[in-house]
Design a protein around this ligand. Structure first.
Ligand code: COA
Length: 154
């Protein structure tokens, strides 16, 4: 069973270890993290700025997913830190859970900003209903959907 729970300070060493894997961060704008940056990132988390959740599979943490509210439009992202379970639908299910959580308190546009070479991420977001909407910084693909469309519910 998959669930999400808010990230706590105790999760930081595990998240940082995941973020030290080149395959996990190769398409991230901020790439590798160091401990001080990661602590600062955690301290900066607050509702309506950014939220982070640990993805739990059968009581085991396997990844992280987040919402950044930078310009008032939620931008979401994720990583599965356990590479041995990539391709098993965990990412897609985690994003569906995150969208259901978000939809309970927000209606409107939601975006995902994706490196053009990140095929799996593009497929994942298209698979839950996102569509390409714009280029960011002449490089990243911004995908978008309306939360009215989550699970086809009005
Ligand atoms: C991108 C990422 C989160 C995908 O997670 P995942 O659990 O492997 O993804 P899923 O198994 O849910 O697959 C989602 C879609 O990707 C595609 N996909 C995944 N693995 C695939 C594979 N091995 N071959 C082909 N397509 C694949 C499929 O289209 C799948 O949708 P479908 O099953 O409906 O066809 C994961 O690869 C990851 O953590 N990557 C590094 C971090 C990252 O790039 N995050 C995204 C930043 S925007």
């Amino acid at each position: 069973m998959l669930s999400l729970r808010p990230t706590s300070e105790a999760d930081l060493p595990l998240l940082l270890a995941w973020r030290h894997n080149r395959r996990v961060v190769q398409y991230f704008a901020d790439g590798f993290e160091i401990w001080e940056h990661h602590k600062r990132w955690f301290a900066s988390l607050m509702p309506l700025v950014a939220e982070s959740y640990v993805i739990i599979l059968d009581e085991r943490p396997v990844g992280e997913t987040h919402i950044a509210w930078g310009n008032g439009i939620p931008d979401i992202g994720l990583y599965i830190g356990d590479l041995s379970i990539w391709g098993e639908g965990i990412g897609k299910e985690a994003i569906s859970l995150l969208l259901a959580n978000l939809r309970a308190r927000y209606r409107g546009r939601v975006t995902a900003t994706i490196h053009p070479s990140n095929f799996h991420s593009r497929m994942l977001f298209k698979g839950v209903g996102f569509k390409f909407s714009a280029l960011k910084d002449d490089k990243y693909l911004v995908f978008e959907m309306s939360l009215e469309e989550v699970n086809g519910q009005p």
